[in-house]
Design a protein around this ligand. Structure first.
Ligand SMILES: *Cc1c(COP(=O)(O)O)cnc(C)c1O
Length: 432
């Protein structure tokens, strides 16, 4: 195993993903290519479902955050596994709908949904629209009334937690483009306005503290603050929220330096905190939702590239250039995100060649990794970047007019194309 159970090395010294030889997959499907071990994705869905059932109660559901990875086949998988879904744009809604996803299990987010987006959500029968602002509340009420519809809503509340500043800095994130803050009193008015609307059905509250969080504390703080808010709203308005959605954000192990995460233990700890707070405030335990994205798909995915050149600059460093880069994975360029890189063609050899992995774009910032070590590659070797299942394909662009790679699903020893590779015709299709 390398980093996650999906990855290993076979007798030919090649990296395997879900038991399949990645060098052979590269030959069959070309590079760059995204691979996704869908059995591992299903295992994560089941882990979440079972832990939610045990520790949050039978009405609680994980909702997969499609912004981490979005294509029709994945929504079909998520539907089969019985998860709800979190969509953040009309494009994601349309993808879910086209896949036959049960739209009543969709939560629709975003800090600036247009009137057209809201109308689409009502028309598609989205289960819950997560209303972000009083402006949006007014617009949705009007749209719903015009259609004779009565959509169910949650309100996006800003609990004021900065997950990366540690230790209960509870004003840390009041300054956010998302939601209405408890600390400023604006959340209270938001709830009253929602309750006053005759064309909307308020079902509860939503919050989201951040992403790639390894610590349980920010989630515990969010539960404390949100349950105290639910209790106070019951006192002041009589409304006792039946749903509390505490967002996504559990971290994922990208390198050996990242800690292992026991998701089930985290959910258990949160469940205990929620029970304690409900008892403390004397409120009925709401149905708990969370929206994991990264932690469901990241580890199950990797990207295969072909090495084009290996250049050592004496006194400086070695560049290994590959046939992809920031168009298929902008995360290093955006956030200096660290990855584990493996020479898939020589995965049994010592990884003793320190290098910078560079993409093919005309842009010096187009790097995939710096300061990594791989078995010394040569032109034609297959390089794998591991743990790219989340925020890679969903963030991919056509920068430098480069076609997007395909998504190849791996399951039960078979590889199938789930999203085909873009062609040059695809690239010019929209040009008039
Ligand atoms: C980004 C986001 C998620 C998913 O976060 P992950 O870190 O991928 O688990 C869930 N809910 C909301 C509202 C988000 O913005």
């Amino acid at each position: 195993m390398i980093l996650h159970p999906t990855y290993d090395v076979n007798a030919s010294g090649h990296l395997t993903a879900a038991g399949l030889d990645t060098v052979e997959l590269a030959r069959e499907f070309g590079t760059p290519a995204y691979l996704l071990d869908t059995d591992a994705v299903r295992a994560m869905c089941r882990l979440y479902k079972s832990a939610f059932h045990t520790f949050f109660g039978p009405d609680s559901t994980p909702a997969f955050a499609g912004k981490a990875l979005c294509y029709k086949g994945l929504y079909r998988l998520i539907a089969e596994e019985g998860l709800a879904a979190d969509c953040v744009s009309p494009g994601e809604l349309v993808t879910a709908h086209a896949a036959g996803f049960p739209m009543e299990k969709v939560f629709f987010h975003g800090n600036n949904k247009t009137d057209a987006d809201l109308a689409l959500a009502v028309d598609l029968g989205v289960g819950h629209i997560v209303v972000d602002s009083p402006d949006e509340l007014g617009a949705l009420a009007q749209i719903a009334a015009g259609k004779g519809a009565k959509p169910h809503i949650l309100l996006r509340i800003t609990p004021g937690i900065d997950p990366h500043t540690h230790k209960k800095i509870i004003t840390g994130n009041v300054d956010s483009k998302f939601g209405m803050a408890i600390a400023t009193g604006q959340a209270d008015d938001f709830v009253k306005a929602a309750l006053a609307s005759s064309s909307l059905v308020l079902d509860g509250f939503h919050c989201h503290v951040g992403s790639q969080i390894f610590d349980i504390e920010p989630f515990r703080d969010a539960c404390d603050i949100m349950l105290a808010f639910i209790a106070r709203m019951r006192q002041t308005t009589g409304f006792e929220a039946p749903i509390l959605n505490i967002g996504g954000g559990f971290g994922v192990r990208y390198t050996e330096r990242d800690p292992m995460i026991d998701y089930r233990a985290n959910i258990q700890a949160l469940g205990e905190e929620i029970d304690r707070m409900c008892a403390l405030h004397g409120v009925k335990k709401p149905a708990i939702l969370m929206e994991p994205g990264r932690s469901i798909v990241a580890a199950a995915g990797c990207t295969l590239y072909t090495v084009g050149s290996v250049k050592t600059i004496p006194g400086f460093r070695s560049y290994v250039s590959v046939d992809g880069g920031m168009p298929d994975n902008p995360r290093y360029a955006l956030y200096q995100s660290e990855y584990t890189v493996v020479n898939a063609s020589r995965a049994a050899d010592r990884a003793d060649f320190p290098c910078t992995v560079a993409g093919r774009c005309c842009e010096s910032g187009d790097l995939l990794a710096e300061g990594v070590s791989v078995a010394k590659p040569s032109r034609g070797d297959i390089l794998a970047v591991l743990v790219t299942g989340a925020y890679n394909y969903s963030m991919a662009s056509n920068y430098n007019r480069i076609p997007r790679p395909p998504v190849i699903e791996l399951s039960g020893g078979k590889a199938t194309v789930a999203v085909r590779r873009e062609t040059y015709d695809d690239l010019i299709r929209l040009d008039v």
